[in-house]
Design a protein around this ligand. Structure first.
Ligand code: NAD
Length: 354
């Protein structure tokens, strides 16, 4: 099958593309506008693969999308392209509405037109997988409750509101126009190749630079963490076997307070890359003014995904965090360039996922 992946030069899209090329026989068309968050160096070697094609295109450009559908004739779409950083959405919400809402609308329109023109089996098997976040459900109290597929939407940031809108659009396209849509909502991803504006790579980069390690509030906000490669296996299970018109929640059963995550990174670095000042990295932690509307806690009940599609995360949070820190230590050139050229890790924004 040929899969059109939008946002394949980003963090999760890149992991999807690498997995599709390395572990499946699918063909991949990577459609990406190459915003600040994109990095084609994360896809090293892909261009030499005959099963890979790259299209430098914007999902808001309906004419270009129609041309790409017509030329590549994909059997499925995995839609990951988005503005994804919550702190940026607070500073400049308009781009988030533009890309995440209007862009998704344009993509749905182009996909529907293309799908309607397919015949027989191709039309029957076509899938549009809309990839989204658990942030659409709002915030939980510290009471052991978890989000599931029946949780009402209650987004609270411009980012999550834009993703909520796009989830509704995707499902409306199934109910109104028949487009075969499936949706997934995932918790916080982490792992190699994540842009160092998100909590884990930002803390690693700043610690290795001997800089202060900013943590919002008292670091008490809780997130459920999932190693990005586990998200990829969930996404493929949902694309291939998920029920149309359904949403699947994806999570790692790994709830951690932000301060625990930061201390965990510091402890690994103390072992693998002791600070030049000779003291524990954690001494550099500094608590900064919380961001507005900072959701207290997210937690996921992924029972549907586990029961229906037999998916389980393969990597525990402790293993994943160690692998991630080791990757950033081994791949300094990849992220030091982003710090130098794009000012990554300089913002004291500490979005954990977005
Ligand atoms: P990212 O910011 O790393 O990558 C986004 C990619 O989309 C970039 O390559 C960017 O160039 C591309 N893009 C942005 N605007 C575009 C446009 N107008 N046209 C075409 N391409 C465009 O994001 P990510 O963390 O990899 O997230 C991918 C998707 O998964 C997003 O939809 C996000 O909402 C969702 N998600 C992310 C997480 C997480 O923890 N990172 C968790 C759950 C869901």
């Amino acid at each position: 099958m040929k899969i059109l992946v939008t946002g394949g030069a980003g963090f999760i899209g890149g992991a999807v593309v690498r997995h599709l090329l390395a572990a499946t026989s699918h063909h991949v068309v990577n459609l990406d506008a190459l915003t600040y968050a994109a990095n084609l160096e994360s896809l090293e070697g892909a261009e030499d693969n005959p099963r890979y094609a790259f299209e430098h295109a914007d999902i808001r450009d309906g004419i270009r999308l129609r041309e790409i559908f017509a030329r590549h004739r994909p059997g499925a779409v995995m839609h990951l392209a988005a503005e994804s950083h919550v702190d940026r959405s607070i500073d400049g919400p308009a781009d988030f509405i533009d890309t995440n809402v209007v862009g998704t609308l344009r993509l749905l329109e182009a996909a529907t037109e293309y799908w309607r023109g397919l015949d027989g089996a191709a039309r029957e098997t076509f899938r549009f997988h809309h990839v989204s976040t658990d942030e659409v459900f709002g915030a939980l109290a510290m009471d052991g409750s978890r989000f599931d597929e029946a949780t009402p939407y209650a987004p609270r940031s411009p980012y999550s509101a834009s993703k909520a809108a796009s989830d509704h659009l995707a499902l409306a396209w199934l109910h109104t126009y028949g487009l075969p849509v499936v949706v997934s909502n995932c918790s916080n991803n982490y792992g190699p190749y994540q842009f160092p504006e998100k909590l884990i790579p930002l803390i690693i980069a700043r610690a290795l630079g001997g800089e202060a390690l900013p943590v919002y509030g008292r670091g008490e906000n809780v997130r459920d963490w999932l190693f990005v490669e586990d998200h990829v296996t969930a996404l493929l299970a949902i694309l291939e076997r998920g029920r149309l018109g359904e949403s699947y929640l994806v999570g790692g059963d790994s709830e951690r307070a932000n301060i625990e995550v930061v201390r965990g990174i510091c402890a690994i670095l103390d072992r693998l890359a002791p600070a030049v000042h000779g003291r524990p990295h954690a001494e550099k932690i500094s608590f900064v003014t919380d961001r507005p509307g900072h959701d207290l806690r997210y937690a996921i009940d992924a029972s549907r995904l586990k029961a229906e599609l037999d998916w389980r995360p393969a990597v525990s949070f402790e293993q994943g965090l160690e692998r991630t820190v080791v990757w950033y230590l081994d791949n300094r050139a990849w992220w030091e360039k982003l710090v130098r050229d794009k000012g990554a890790a300089q913002r004291v924004g500490l979005g954990t996922k977005g």
